[in-house]
Design a binder for this molecule. Structure first.
Ligand code: ADP
Ligand code: MG
Length: 198
């Protein structure tokens, strides 16, 4: 994964968030405060606006992280920001990331999510997309994206134990977790960027 692919990943993700903003907000309206789509869209628009013209994959990811942390007020901004920042730290200094480097960066991002949010898989959060995605990653990034999507679908039957949705208790059951869906979009964008540009 070189700089061009990293840039393309961020552009594809921003485009996908834009296309799915209403869906993400509707999901958040059911079990949260109806702002996940607008939070992510504001964040990713700002990420593209602030992205430096040149830089290593790590420098681009770090820029995205800083923007998400500073521009997104909801829980998701600091969480995604932390994931991007840890991924950037893991990838630092490399011009072209091997699949192993990408896997390590994603794993570091996932650890960051856990440390920042103190949730576990099964709590009906974005971790429920990330965890199966990382598990499937040895089969390739397309398999990871598919697993993230399946993981997001599986949040429907879960009881929320973290974040705003946890205030609903049993009433959180029957709805998809919005952050798990935006995370599935992230892995899909990553797969697309890596497939089409190698
Ligand atoms: P807010 O909850 O502040 O309104 P968003 O609506 O943008 O923020 O994001 C909500 C999403 O953030 C949830 O759907 C969930 O996936 C994720 N989330 C919330 N709390 C946590 C946590 N502690 N750990 C991991 N993910 C979390
Ligand atoms: Mg919300």
């Amino acid at each position: 994964m070189n700089s061009a692919q990293t840039r393309q990943f961020l552009q594809l993700y921003a485009g996908s968030i834009h296309a799915h903003a209403q869906q993400l907000t509707d999901l958040d309206a059911a079990i949260g405060d109806a702002d996940h789509g607008s939070n992510m869209e504001r964040g990713m628009t700002a990420v593209l606006a602030a992205l430096p013209e040149r830089g290593t994959p790590a420098e681009l990811l770090k820029s995205a992280a800083m923007t998400l942390i500073s521009k997104v007020g909801g829980a998701s901004g600091p969480l995604y920001g932390t994931a991007f920042l840890r991924a950037a730290t893991s990838a630092a200094g490399k011009e072209d990331l091997t699949p192993q480097d990408v896997a390590q960066a994603l794993q570091a991002g996932y650890q960051g999510l856990i440390e920042r949010g103190r949730a576990q898989p099964g709590d009906k959060t974005m971790l429920d997309a990330w965890e199966p995605a990382l598990h499937a990653l040895p089969q390739g990034v397309a398999a990871a994206a598919q697993a993230a999507r399946t993981g997001a679908e599986a949040t429907r039957t879960m009881l929320a134990r973290k974040g705003r949705a946890s205030y609903l208790g049993e009433r959180s059951i029957g709805h998809l977790d919005p952050g798990s869906v935006s995370s599935a979009l992230l892995f899909e964008a990553l797969a697309q960027a890596l497939e089409h540009n190698t």
